[in-house]
Write a protein that binds this ligand. Structure first.
Ligand code: BGC
Length: 745
């Protein structure tokens, strides 16, 4: 809701501004700052990435980091890790840490969170995103944004919308039907706008139905501003604007990009020319400036002071807010929150014969194998990179956790060719599509030297694995693969890890395997042989410590997968129905759009488990899966109708039948009893997480309203409530359903 007093002040200040001054505010003046108007006290808006902590500082107009230690920061678990906690409170505290540090570093807006749907497991940026499920995303993004914005700093939820691949990310056009858009790709953003009241949002690079997201009137005005009543700030992605008129009339407020010719941006001199010629109305610029000033008031960057002059005229100027929250960086309490989140983000995929935990009292000699055990990840990934104050690797975490009574031995096990250091920052070339494509096509073989090293590392690890009774292999991906700007080629594990893991398990079947990854990997070569498998995304500065606590048993694992883990790209809905990596444009498309290829989301709403369940495709591990050191018994499912409404209250009892206190996430799914062809078997509509002591029973309660039983109709273009018998499923995962009840709608 708009504040009337603010709106009057905004109008007064707007009236003071010349066209040049207004235009200076609606595009970058530095790579991470919009322009200000010093004459009237209007400052620049300071922004920075990103999702895993406040990114290192750059020179204002060069892609060179300032190179001091002043920007060392907390490294938070990635969104895919936060989502794996299924814990709304931890999403909130993660937001609080991010917001506090963004403010502590003098920012007005943090370019996070990224919440695009994980439609395609090959997408290079999946680690930055939360889930394949719009409900889980919505539930986690709301507290995350609320946490950020408690600190007089804004979130910037991104990338709006349908950004699902990095390959040709600047020029890939997405075609999808309205139902798919409304049910899968929009709900997270809608929750961010309507429930979390985000003050900032970033448009996407990709086109949606023929128009780039950052200048897309349908998305930015019709849906965002008109339907959802958003009156916050919209920034473009960096270099995502391609047309002055489209951008100026789309609902975008600030154009950001990666080149230092700021005055030549589409919303700079070219816009001024177009206004002078009468091609674009100045009122559009006024509207952008209103949104910018409102944003500044919200984050308390300014107050607007009105003064009555002797002649009766009222003048306005912006002044600083003296008691604005100063934030703070690297407080111990932030690191504690980061640790707590990391602990709940570790997912135990498999634990046959209760192989884990490796209790310290029973572990005299522990062998840790794998490059990822000793690898720090914070400084990679693209715009999500940060200069972490510190990062505890799994190896450090394990050494600390087990202490001096355990001999912790390390063997690298597999060889990762280090990329030669980038001479120019990747972001500088991030809009040069030819260059990006050349990079993506580059393939490197191994030299004879390297081949020798690979064999040596593997042989050493296998020989040691024979000797040690407790062995942990830490592998997976890294930010050479989970990275902005390119997609992965397959789900295969890189660097010869399959051979290594198989060989180690052969000589030591009790080795536990850990996969560090932001997206699915193929584990089929050794999955059946491994008794214990743990899964962890890029898990922040305390990630290694959290993992070690789970391995030792001082923490009981409670993470659940926020996405399905298929073994092979060919098993995915994108492979079966999509056009990935994109089909050629039709002649008509070529004429009307600035794209290089089109991606039809033909799978519709059947993304992730909605597809695997519908078409009975086996995945390695299903959505929502995650084991514990305790066992839980579910019983007493009750479903009661709320009188006079299409709404129900649901309750179920869960008993901890194990020997350790542990957290369980109970999941509620809804689906038709006789599933119609166009609908998923079931969809997540509720979840809750609670700690249960051994022998204790807890009641989990849920509320279901009309929306839980509705679908968007492509015919009526409205949400429609389904009718008939609907099943309410309660489970420990999407595939581990413990009780059901059927209700009539
Ligand atoms: C990314 C955005 C990021 C921006 C600024 C772009 O390349 O897509 O997510 O916020 O750069 O670094």
């Amino acid at each position: 809701m708009k504040n009337r007093e603010w709106e009057q002040k905004i109008e007064a200040l707007l009236a003071e501004l010349t066209l040049d001054e207004k235009i200076s505010m609606i595009h970058s003046a530095e790579f991470f700052r919009s322009g200000g108007v010093p004459r009237l006290g209007i400052p620049r808006i300071s922004m920075n990435d990103g999702p895993m902590g406040v990114r290192n500082e750059f020179e204002p107009d060069k892609w060179v980091t300032i190179g001091t230690t002043a920007d060392s920061t907390s490294y938070l678990p990635s969104n895919s890790a936060i989502a794996a906690t299924w814990n709304r409170e931890l999403a909130k505290t993660s937001g609080e840490v991010l917001g506090r540090e963004a403010r502590g570093r003098g920012k007005d807006m943090i370019l996070a969170p990224g919440i695009n749907i994980k439609r395609n497991p090959l997408c290079g940026r999946n680690f930055e995103y939360m889930s394949e499920d719009p409900y889980l995303i919505s539930e986690m993004v709301v507290p995350l944004i609320e946490g950020i914005q408690e600190n007089d700093v804004s979130a910037c939820v991104k990338h709006f919308a349908c950004n699902a691949q990095e390959y040709e990310r600047l020029f890939v056009n997405v075609e999808l039907d309205e139902r798919t858009l409304r049910e899968i790709y929009l709900p997270g953003f809608e929750a961010a706008v309507k429930r979390a009241k985000t003050w900032g949002l970033m448009g996407s690079y990709n086109l949606v139905r023929g128009v780039h997201g950052s200048q897309n009137r349908f998305l930015l005005t019709d849906i965002l501003r008109k339907e959802w009543k958003y009156d916050g700030l919209v920034v473009s992605d960096w270099g995502a604007v391609h047309d002055t008129k489209l951008a100026a009339e789309s609902g975008l407020d600030i154009e950001m990009s990666v080149t230092p010719d700021f005055d030549e941006y589409y919303l700079a001199n070219p816009l001024k020319e177009a206004i002078k010629k009468g091609e674009i109305s100045e009122e559009r610029v006024d509207e952008m400036v209103r949104n910018i000033l409102r944003f500044m008031l919200r984050v308390r960057l300014i107050e607007i002071e009105l003064k009555k002059q002797k002649n009766g005229k009222v003048t306005a100027k912006a002044v600083r807010v003296p008691d604005r929250d100063p934030g703070c960086v690297n407080a111990d309490v932030c690191h504690t929150f980061v640790r707590k989140t990391a602990e709940e983000a570790v997912v135990m995929l498999k634990n046959d014969k209760k192989l884990l935990p490796f209790k310290p009292s029973e572990t005299q000699r522990l062998l840790v194998i794998g490059d990822n055990a000793n690898r720090m990840h914070a400084a990679g990934g693209g715009s999500a990179e940060i200069k972490a104050l510190y990062e505890k690797t799994p190896l450090l975490g394990l050494a600390n956790e087990y202490g001096g009574n355990t001999e912790v031995k390390y063997a690298r096990g597999y060889y990762v060719p280090r990329k030669t250091a980038d001479i120019v920052n990747w972001q500088e070339g991030s809009v040069n599509i030819e260059e990006i494509n050349r990079e993506q096509r580059k393939k490197g073989g191994f030299t004879a030297e390297e081949k020798k090293l690979i064999k040596k590392l593997r042989d050493e690890a296998v020989a040691l694995a024979k000797e040690y009774d407790k062995v942990v292999i830490v592998g997976g991906l890294d930010h050479d693969l989970d990275v902005e700007g390119k997609d992965k080629e397959s789900l295969k594990l890189p660097y010869g890890q399959d051979e290594l893991i198989k060989a180690v398990l052969e000589v030591n079947p009790n080795a536990a395997v850990v996969m560090v990854s932001g997206s699915p990997v193929d584990m089929s070569a050794w999955m059946d042989k491994a008794k214990a498998i743990l899964w962890m995304s890029y898990n922040g500065m305390e990630g290694g410590a959290a993992l070690a606590e789970v391995i030792s048993g001082s923490i009981v694992p409670s993470g659940k997968l926020p996405e399905s883990l298929p073994a092979d790209f060919k098993d995915t809905p994108v492979a079966k129905y999509g056009d990935y990596p994109g089909r050629k444009l039709t002649a008509a498309e070529k004429k009307r759009m600035n794209a290089r290829l089109t991606q039809n989301f033909n799978e519709g709403v059947f993304v992730g488990y909605r597809y695997y369940e519908k078409e009975n495709v086996k995945v390695q591990f299903p959505f929502g899966h995650g084991l514990s050191y305790a066992d839980f018994k579910y019983s007493g499912l009750k479903v009661e109708k709320v009188k006079g409404k299409t709404a129900f209250t649901v309750s179920v009892q869960v008993k901890n039948t194990g020997h350790v206190s542990a957290k369980e996430t109970v999941q509620l799914y809804v689906g038709e009893k006789n599933v119609s062809a166009g609908n998923p078997v079931k969809e997540l509509k509720g979840f809750d997480k609670a700690e249960i002591k051994p022998g204790q029973t807890k009641t989990f309660k849920f509320k279901l309203d009309e929306k839980a039983f509705s679908h968007f109709s492509n015919e009526s273009m409205k949400w429609e409530v389904m009718s008939g018998d609907m099943v309410i499923y309660i489970g420990a995962s999407s595939a581990d359903i413990r009780c059901t009840k059927t209700v009539k709608i």
